[in-house]
Design a protein around this ligand. Structure first.
Ligand code: NDP
Length: 459
């Protein structure tokens, strides 16, 4: 049994109340989590550490990021084991997706920081020097689907730019955030630079968003929670980054190369049991290749390995959409059932026969459930793809016109003949109800700093 504690000012401490972390694999209790309601101690510690941390040079902070990466990498199997334990995902996914990317987030921002150029703008009689100052204390709130992957994506650039941190991982998957805390104390990261508090979102998450000394909030989670975060933070003029939900389309054009398209679309549909904000949960297929595509897709689905969904209540939510789909006239082409075994399992499910405007096809399900729709023209595919409130990501599969179609999709990110192929320098984020702001490379650096200009008149 793992005992999770808060990391505050370099010490592992806890309030008196704890609650259980349950394994989605078999329902057993795997850890106890402190129910923290008050963020004052963490704010005091972060405030105390601020001047020392921001007083280091950018290059010194890059070295710290590399030290964190080195330590995580040297324990990468243990990191993957813990992520797999907490989320139920297969070990190879935890290792190759979660753990690998968590290390790379620190590595990437260390290297990015070293290569950052000074920003100056010459005038005929003066020079403008742009400085990037730390914001101060920043609040980082992350979800349960890719726990350390998404938290480290915020921690690394926040540290790079000289901020001190109060992080709150999802209460559903807190184990690897605790592991990161131990790594940082082991390597001697100065006390109070990274503080991690655990507990329920509406309690300690809300306390972070409300605290006047926490000057920026970077939030990844559901659109409904994002609205609460925005409503709380906006009147205080906090910097706000919101990475929210998605209902992404995989668009298969008539000239798609099915050799790469079928496994690619399958991966987009079901990786991490469909619990990635970027997953392609709506598959739009040109009617001329529908039969061919579907027979290969359903055949290859038989050998696609998935884990359970995150917990029983999420399983019930996902299954309620399978029921809704039936009421909306959908027919189940694969799956649709809960396997008879312990844990929060759902068969990978493919549903046909639904309108692309149905609730099942427009609301975020966030599980291993995909709806299939046919189209007859480019315009129809584009119009279907854009017909939800979300605009996070998407993929287009085509030999000749992928980029042309991709440019017409109202999403922050579109892949052509691939999916989840990530370059960490590019902007990451959504339009419409999928969020506000961008992360990645210079966009993260911009969010986690205050750009100020100094204009010096020449003699
Ligand atoms: P939630 O919105 O439920 O939770 C996200 C985080 O917010 C958790 O740490 C949660 O804590 C916390 N939280 C809950 N209520 C509040 C509050 N009032 N104030 C502050 N924090 C709060 O999302 P899920 O964890 O269920 O994650 C799934 C969602 O995340 C999906 O919609 C998915 O699309 C989205 N997502 C978006 C990504 C993107 O980059 N756009 C990437 C990955 C996921 P606790 O869990 O302890 O309640």
């Amino acid at each position: 049994m793992i005992r999770i504690e808060n990391l505050i000012g370099g010490e592992f401490v806890s309030p008196t109340e704890f609650f259980d972390d349950i394994s989605p694999l078999d329902g057993t209790v795997i850890a106890t989590i402190p129910r923290t309601k008050n963020v004052e101690g963490a704010v005091t510690a972060a405030e105390k550490a601020q001047s020392q941390w921001s007083g280091l040079s950018l290059l010194q902070r890059c070295d710290w990021l590399d030290k964190i990466a080195d330590s995580l990498e040297s324990q990468i199997d243990e990191l993957a084991r813990l992520e797999s334990l907490d989320t139920g995902k297969p070990h190879h996914v935890a290792l190759n997706v979660d753990a690998d990317r968590s290390v790379n987030n620190f590595r990437f921002f260390a290297e990015f920081g070293r290569n950052m150029k000074s920003e100056t703008f010459e005038m005929p009689d003066a020079t403008n020097y742009v400085m990037r100052k730390p914001i101060g204390i920043v609040g980082l709130i992350s979800p349960w689907n890719l726990p350390l992957y998404l938290l480290s994506w915020k921690v690394a650039p926040a540290l790079l730019m000289g901020n001190t941190i109060i992080a709150k991982p999802s209460e559903i998957t807190p184990i690897t955030a605790h592991f990161l805390g131990k790594v940082c104390t082991d390597i001697g990261l100065p006390d109070g630079v990274l503080n991690i508090v655990h507990g329920y979102g509406p309690e300690i998450g809300q306390a972070i968003v409300e605290h006047p000394k926490i000057k920026a909030i970077s939030f990844t989670g559901g659109t409904a929670t994002g609205k609460i975060v925005a409503a709380t933070a906006a009147p205080m003029f906090k910097k706000l980054s919101l990475e929210l939900g998605g209902k992404n389309a995989s668009i298969i054009m008539e000239d798609a190369d099915l050799e790469i398209t079928v496994p690619g679309v399958l991966r987009a549909s079901f990786l991490n049991s469909g619990q990635i904000c970027l997953c392609g949960s709506r598959v739009l297929v040109h009617s001329s290749i529908y039969e061919d595509f579907m027979s290969k897709y359903l055949e290859q689905l038989q050998s696609f390995e998935i884990g359970p969904v995150i917990n029983d209540s999420h399983r019930d939510k996902v299954m309620s959409y399978v029921q809704l789909a039936k009421q909306e006239g959908g027919h189940i082409l694969a799956g649709g059932n809960i396997p008879d075994k312990p844990g929060s399992w759902i068969e990978p499910t493919v549903i046909g026969g639904l309108s692309h405007k149905s609730r099942t096809a427009t609301e975020e399900i966030f599980g291993p459930v995909v709806t299939i729709h046919q189209f007859d023209s480019d315009d129809e595919a584009i119009q279907m793809a854009n017909s939800t409130q979300y605009g996070l990501a998407g993929s287009v599969w085509s030999k000749n016109k992928g980029r042309v179609i991709a440019e017409k999709i109202d999403s922050g990110m579109v892949w052509v003949n691939t999916w989840l192929h990530r370059d960490l320098r590019v902007p990451f984020g959504g339009v419409k109800d999928s969020g506000v702001g961008r992360e990645g490379g210079m966009w993260s650096v911009g969010f986690f700093s205050e750009a100020v200009n100094i204009c010096v008149m020449e003699d």
